[in-house]
Design a protein around this ligand. Sequence first.
Ligand SMILES: [Zn+2]
Length: 264
Amino acid sequence: MIAEDSETPSHGREPQPGPGNPPHTSRVPVMDAPPAATGRLTAATGLEARVERAATALKPRMRGWLHAGVFPLALAGGIVLIAVSRSGAAVAACAVYAVSACLLFGTSAVYHRGTWGLRGEAVLRRLDHANIFLIIAGTYTPLAVLLLPEGQQRVLLAVVWAGALAGIAFRILWIGAPRWLYTPCYIALGWVAVFNLPDFAHAGGSAVVVLVIAGGLLYTAGAVVYGLKRPDPSPAWFGFHEVFHALTIAAFAAHYTAILLAAT
Ligand SMILES: [Zn+2]
């Protein structure tokens, strides 16, 4: 998490373009840096190695394995959904859902299983958090296309995708935002279509709407565990983050089943 603060250049002395100082020379070559700056770089590299070792030692052993295991299932499930879809619009909507699910579980597995260094960690953490907005909009897409009349469909898709794009920009531009600020944003976007639930029930039947609500509640429970960092059953093996990941898988399974029922 220290990675988030390490993005500003270590020297803020870039010369301004002007007479005798053309714009193309605006970068200070590292070899010209004074000994103090070079020392700082060496210290930063040493610190980076220590932070990596500490992070690896602190990560519960199960970190990332749950999402790594779900990735092939999400991929296969996505292909099944596309295969059973009965219209071009349904195929497109299910493909969007499948891609968002594969990105979510695949990126999470790669991010959480590996040791990436400060820069890699900073990029993967942004993608991991942006993907949560993507899976919310990605899940609503087939639900809207399969279950809502055209006008309502367009309104819901516009709202969730605008919300997701705003959320993605927020997480990418301000990855260091406090947990209490960004976690409720996920919950808010997740429940944005609560007023459409009667329409989902009307078109899809009670099983579909029960599964949509159950999935929403499981994702919300996951967000609460993530926000509170508890319960934390076994910090060495299966911590609060693993509880959160397990809840996202249960939620995904509920929503996948709802979409499969709606599509067939
Ligand atoms: Zn995670």
